[in-house]
Design a protein around this ligand. Sequence first.
Ligand SMILES: [Fe+2]
Length: 352
Amino acid sequence: MIFRQLFDSTSGTYTYLIASRQGGEALIIDPVLEKVDRYLQLVRELDLKLVKAVDTHLHADHITGLGALRDRTHCITVMGEQTMADVVSMRVAEGDRVSIEGLSLDVLYTPGHTDDSYSFLNGGRVFTGDTLLIRGTGRTDFQNGDPRQQYDSIFNKLLKLPDDTLVYPAHDYKGDTVSTIGEEKRFNPRLRVQSVDEYVDLMNNLNLPNPKMMDVAVPANIHVGLHQDEIAAKGWAVSAVEALALRGRPDVAIVDLREKAEREKHGAIPGALHAPYPELRENIGAGGMLHELALATGKRIVFYCAFGERSAMAVEAAQAAGLISACHIEGGIDAWKKANGPLVRDSAARQL
Ligand SMILES: [Fe+2]
């Protein structure tokens, strides 16, 4: 396994690059915008393919690298379902898994620092965001923070992990890089409270100044989505309502780009083909299934995903590959549901 902890000294942020092997798929957690060049250089040097970029929560102290990484690598952006960020490719919730080739992260909802704070567990490592820091905990006084929720997230979820689980936080300001659950139980001063009320009291009386970057970072991090309007302006998008009328037409092939787990959880458009986004390049290239389908049958390829971000990237790639009738459903299955579009569970979806 490849595991790299990277540091942004300006914001004190730790970023993690993970992959199961050299030459394989990689995932990055909590990237910082200013460091994107460095991450991509490392990705190249290790011969990796960045396929997912995850933020543990909406950060207030730095601008996320999620959007820039997506624009430069076409990776899938991932955040929790509560996030205020306008568009990410994939929204996850407690019990979900974020998977790449050879490894996956278990998703733990750990609100309190913010209401969209998540932790991610990979074997003996837990990435705790700003929920649990080394000998500290994330502040709870803005962005819908809640010390009572944080107490619950820490005491009833994170501290229930095995004592030897390695704790990798999103920040450190003292130079510590890693801890363990057992160590934090014993030595974290914030956790030496006798009750939830005592913790709430402690957190409500920290009187911290706001982060320097807050007024810049929060609005920037909310607007992280790809500009789907630019795709629409090229005539490469249909609304969910327009897509309803396309369904079942013999000259149209609706293609679902999501992962199996997403289709099972959220349902799929009846009759849609399934071609997961990570395999897009092969599918639309010469000899690929979608390429051949479009050429042989003249069908219009209509991509969709969860919120329209992966499908917007797919349209651009398909158009570049010569599939000039390709378009996507703006807003994805989320918009389709809002338009009362019918859904089936995964078993009915056809596999490409
Ligand atoms: Fe934070």
